[in-house]
Write a protein that binds this ligand. Sequence first.
Ligand SMILES: [Zn+2]
Length: 444
Amino acid sequence: MTDHTTAASGAQPVLLRGGRLLDPASGTDTVTDVLVRDGLVVETGSGLSAVAAEVVDCDGLWVAPGFVDLHTHLREPGFEDAEDIASGSAAGAAGGYTALCPMANTDPVCDAAAVAESVWRRGQEVGLVDLFPVGAITKGLRGEELAEFGELRHSAARVDFFSDDGKPVADSLVMRRALQYAGAFDAVICNHAEDPDLTAEAQMNEGEMSSTLGLPGWPHEAEEIMIARDLILAAGLGARLHVPHVTTAGAVELIRAAKARGVRVTAEVTPHHLSLQDHLVSSYDPVLKVNPPLRTEADVTALRDALVDGTIDCVATDHAPHAPELKDQEWEHAPCGMLGLETAFAVVNTELVRSGLLDPITAIARLTTGPAGVRSVGAHGSAVATGGAANLTVLDPQARWTVDGRGLHSKARNTPFHGSELVGRPVHTLLRGRFTLRDGKVEA
Ligand SMILES: [Zn+2]
């Protein structure tokens, strides 16, 4: 039996001294020491000491569970010019992540056990983050025939989360079958919410700005119609639905109302949709082209409020690397997508925590317990307590830094935050007690 949580052995014990422990699973927010040995948290408390432990001064820093990303495009297999599992894992470790869920839209598509297992194994070999591959909903992402859910579920990769992300499952009957079939395993269906008939020519959010710029618009209804349909189907079946990258105020209302009447729905929002708006597209900088598109100020406000009140369960990056020669084209021809792993914490900290909207422990919850509650990710996003796996990140919430796309670990450079000053950065990341990021440097 393969185990995602096998403890590392032989590594030197680590004593994280005097950090502010933010542990959403237990509600702990206190300055304390954390002692890590053999891949586990062995003790928390003040004034700890341990023979032969490496002491890490965490004064002024936050100690938190390692982050979990439900929505990452690692591009391997098939598109390694943009990213591969090694570079994407390094980006994850640099961003404070210990678990990533790579999306299925690779080549070959992750619609069978062999693909999921090879991605999972490659992640283990690289050893910087644990990978929990996402299985495709339909074979070849064609939206017709269901992928091999049972085979994927029982593979070494233990896939319990399915998405054709990048493409919606447009056919209602196929979506209904997917929810029904996944329900048998209590698996989660995550449908890229976009009515393709309404977005066939779309280049940006439909509204005042798209009229001004003369670019074909992407109406908010395209997202909301698909979410409404999926909520109706999920409700009827009692199945679990996860809504990826929510971007509109109307979508938030639909999810809020569905949760209130007991539909088993969860949702995520990206750092870029929490912080950037469609007026920026007037620059025609292709780095800002993303699917779903950047929306309006009113939408951003609704997304922030929904993250605060828990209507949206978690922050997910939708990290979508593209090779420069592909992305650096004129707006119309550039593919959609932005990097996210290495700036996610900084964006959330800068835009939501420092502005007073989110308290630190809730912000950490949206990056840890939130996503861990959506799908099973082993010992990630769990309590920082005696006997728990030492999957941790240590953050400097005061660090000011200017994002340089060329200095990131990703192979790609398509970050919309290039040149922006952000506040907050992971300093150390530990995967099962071993440093994957130390003093801001990824450990090879
Ligand atoms: Zn998507």
